[in-house]
Design a protein around this ligand. Sequence first.
Ligand SMILES: [Zn+2]
Ligand SMILES: [Zn+2]
Length: 348
Amino acid sequence: MTKKTFIRSVLVAPKEIRFEEVPIPTPGPGQALVQVKACALCTWEQRVYAGVDTSVYPLLGGHEVSGIVAEVGPGLQVKVKPGDHVVAARLYRCFQCTSCRRGLDNICDNAWQNRQVGEPAGPGGLSEYMLVDGYQIYPVSSDVPFTESCLSEPVSCVLRSIKKAQVEPADNVVIIGAGIMGLLHLMLTKRLGARVFVSEPNPVRAAKALEMGALATIDPSKENFTERVKELTGGRGADVIFAAIGVASAIEEAIKAVGKGGRLMVYASVHPRGSMITIDPNLFHNKEIVLTGTVSQDSEDFLQAVALLSSRSINLQPLISKVFPFSQLREALEAALNGNNYRVIVTM
Ligand SMILES: [Zn+2]
Ligand SMILES: [Zn+2]
């Protein structure tokens, strides 16, 4: 390799990005060096950039990331070679803690324990290169554009959510929020044969949900959410409700609209942290409702997401709003914060 250094970005303070030139590392045993080609800007990076989440500075952001294998370290057991297209699952898992051993590697007890002393922490996909451990590497078909394959991560999170909510064919599903995560839930539950409704006050987003196959939309700012759900489901209530927005009051309202034996999935993290809700416990007793949630994805969810993309069985193009070069990361993050955009991606 002729190039000796690369550029990485560090989120250092609200609205402050530092670009650093650092040496290109050599992959150690069981690792690969990946040349990053595309990285999508998730809500987490947006919150850190905007100063809503200030607990993690300095942060090497970027966990929705795709690229090309540049160099393979000794003993790497994933079957890849330089030039192969890959997606990287950037969240650290130890596979040794109790959570990992119980199959909950999405909530590894040591997720933040791999910091290198003196180095900023974080997934580091907003860089020209990154070192990845074998378990984080997923080969992807070279037919998939990097701007789509980097979205394997959000797809894998939604797959986990849908599996855990046990969506069945013909289930009445209500998705609260038509942001990218809501629309991914719409796309993937429709594939299972569900009847899908979307609750969204923003008329532009609601129209997009209808375009992408929602049977009807609900405007919770104008209509009574629970009554409207009952009306749409023949009086029964929803079999599954996904809360794809992090608003406590929406979850409190949604539980009333879940039908007998139904599930309410708290998908999005709720802000501000520490928000509380009040629920009539007899809803669980009388209607056997399940209230649950998910975060991130486990290794199997990621594998399935990459397979879905590799076989080109889902089209993510409608969810990509803008693509910026890496040098315009600031402009890209500003665009991502604009509520009318879905995913904004930077390319290297
Ligand atoms: Zn993400
Ligand atoms: Zn672990």
